[in-house]
Design a protein around this ligand. Structure first.
Ligand code: MLT
Ligand code: MN
Ligand code: ZN
Length: 294
């Protein structure tokens, strides 16, 4: 199994268009590698590919990834796109994949509902792009990959929030994926609000884990002076602290990589204590263009 990090960033990417925080400034000055928004591509055979989440940056991501170039005059090695939630950073790229090349969109009923109620997604011609509704805890096979979708704690997409928001809900709106191929196992969880015991136990058999690295501390945004929204309110647990991912997943072996990293996260600074802490705990920070074989 081969995994390509198409975009390591969270919604907004690095630099984010309207942000002048130290990380965004450093990225503009070339002192930090920029990150496009959240997406990875997975293949069992390096021929057919499945894209996990379609980022608004997918056009540039595909242009930067020769393995995903058209094999002939028209067409694509991308056989399917699997969506893990309805975030703009995960669905807007579907609009770029128009132009009548067949592929399959796999998502839960909730997320297909969002695509259906926003008629602009009708640009993906129904006679070419097929929709498949995935069901929690039911394995499906696609392009030689065996994928199990399961609910993880999370919330509805920002633009679907009502007056009261359950930021720790379990259901169709935020899922993780367990992906098996050639005897290897990858978990992909770019958005997760908490790591309860059952989830920590579930991940124990991972050969590789790509996990939500949105924030270092719950109040990264306040600390960077960019806003007062917390990780908790965004449906993302922090890396640090007693209930954070570093502590909760410290017993986990295999490859551990943070993805969906927000531009305000201090872990982006290569010489900072936060980066040293994740490395000491056996984690790496994803960057665009990285490749791993779980
Ligand atoms: C998130 O992951 O919290 C979202 O991408 C936020 C957003 O839609 O901007
Ligand atoms: Mn997001
Ligand atoms: Zn910023």
């Amino acid at each position: 199994m081969i995994v390509k990090i198409l975009g390591a960033g969270a919604g907004g990417g690095l630099p984010q268009w309207n942000c002048g925080c130290p990380n965004c400034r450093d990225a503009r000055e070339g002192k930090l590698p920029s990150m496009t928004q959240s997406s990875v591509a997975v293949s069992a055979d390096e021929e057919d590919w499945v894209v996990l989440n379609a980022s608004p940056d997918i056009r540039a991501q595909l242009a930067a990834t020769p393995a995903l170039y058209p094999p002939g005059l028209r067409g694509s090695p991308i056989k399917a796109v699997v969506l893990t939630n309805g975030d703009v950073d995960h669905i807007a790229g579907l609009l770029t994949l128009r132009e009548r090349t067949p592929f399959n969109v796999l998502a839960t009923a909730d997320i297909h509902g969002i695509l259906h109620e926003n008629s602009v997604f009708g640009v993906l011609a129904k006679d070419v792009v097929t929709n498949h509704t995935i069901v929690l805890d039911e394995t499906f096979e696609i392009a030689g990959l065996s994928i199990l979708p399961f609910a993880v704690p999370g919330k509805v997409a920002l633009y679907k929030e009502g007056e009261i928001v359950d930021t720790n809900a379990m259901g169709d709106q935020t899922i993780g994926l367990r992906i098996d191929a050639n005897g290897r196992r990858l978990y992909y969880i770019p958005g997760c609000a908490a790591l309860p015991d059952w989830l920590v136990e579930k991940l124990a058999d991972a050969d590789a884990l790509l996990f939500d690295g949105t924030v270092w501390e719950d109040d990264d945004m306040a600390r960077s002076g960019t806003g007062d929204k917390t990780g908790t309110r965004m449906g993302h647990l922090p890396m640090s602290g007693p209930t954070g991912s570093l502590e909760r997943l410290k017993g986990l072996g295999g490859t551990k990589m943070f993805i969906h990293i927000n531009n305000t996260n201090p872990v982006l600074q290569p010489d900072g204590p936060e980066r040293a802490a994740i490395m000491a705990a056996g984690w790496t920070q994803a960057q665009d263009g990285m490749e791993l074989s779980p």
